[in-house]
Design a protein around this ligand. Structure first.
Ligand SMILES: [Zn+2]
Ligand SMILES: [Zn+2]
Length: 264
């Protein structure tokens, strides 16, 4: 298995330059994972499939979903891709590498875990700042246009926010100078996580049912459906930052109420 991966990697590095891999190929992987993982919840919402597991009763009109998809493509091409190209020298300077041998899986795993923890911390504070009056009105309200989120709304935001919170995503890799394979895996997992958190569906097989500190769709959906000054639940991946800083009180109260109703 390891040698198969290494020969695949050898093919990549002999046919493409590191610049091409770190920019255009990274962009293609991102687009593929993002749209493939985000489109199912859009389809579920349109078709009514799995409606039993839908967190909110409300649904988005197809026209507003289409508008979101078109704007996403525009932002990805005009903001994300140029940022990937411009930031390549910085990553290179910070130690990004693409050569063989590939890093040991324990290195990959520990780096990715570190990125998740750091990203969650930086995102939490950045997101709280975005919920102050001026920044919310002029920047963050774009992401909140969809009070009933669906997977693809995860990356729907003002370009200034894409840059601002994108910093949380890249700070970990920039600090550790990872292998490109680790960077790709981190990007894929982070995209899958945020798409799931915005999916609008809480299934019996949703990861938050199995991973104790993971927020997921139920946690983040609350953030979207409550008025911005009262929403809380600011963290991106885990639940402990909101618990530590007391910004999950409204959500906890609602959960407790739900449990009480079930017992009646
Ligand atoms: Zn928000
Ligand atoms: Zn959101």
């Amino acid at each position: 298995m390891a040698s198969l991966l290494e020969s695949g990697w050898l093919y990549l590095i002999t046919h493409f330059s590191e610049f091409q891999l770190a920019t255009v190929v990274t962009f293609i992987i991102h687009e593929s994972v993002f749209f493939l993982s985000g489109l199912p919840s859009l389809y579920f919402e349109r078709s009514g499939l799995f409606s039993k597991y839908k967190i909110q009763k409300k649904s988005n009109a197809p026209a507003s979903q289409d508008r979101c998809v078109l704007l996403l493509i525009l932002y990805h091409v005009c903001v994300n891709l140029p940022v990937m190209i411009v930031s390549y020298p910085t990553f290179r300077f910070m130690g990004l590498k693409s050569s063989l041998p590939l890093p040991h899986w324990t290195v990959i795993l520990s780096q990715i875990l570190f990125y998740f923890i750091l990203e969650d911390f930086v995102f939490y504070w950045g997101h709280r700042v975005l919920h102050t009056k001026w920044l919310y009105k002029h920047v963050h309200s774009v992401h909140h246009e969809y009070a009933t989120p669906f997977g693809l709304t995860s990356e729907y935001a003002h370009p200034a926010e894409i840059l601002f919170l994108g910093f949380a995503t890249v700070i970990g890799p920039a600090l550790t100078g990872p292998h490109l394979l680790t960077l790709w895996l981190w990007m894929v997992l982070r995209v899958l996580e945020t798409v799931e958190a915005h999916s609008g569906y809480h299934f019996p097989w949703s990861p938050s049912n199995f991973l104790p500190l993971y927020g997921g769709a139920d946690f983040h959906d609350y953030h979207h459906r409550v008025l911005y000054t009262k929403s809380g639940n600011y963290a991106s991946t885990f639940i402990y930052m909101d618990w530590l800083f007391g910004t999950d009180k409204g959500y906890r109260k609602l959960k407790a109420l739900g449990e009480e109703m079930k017992q009646l």
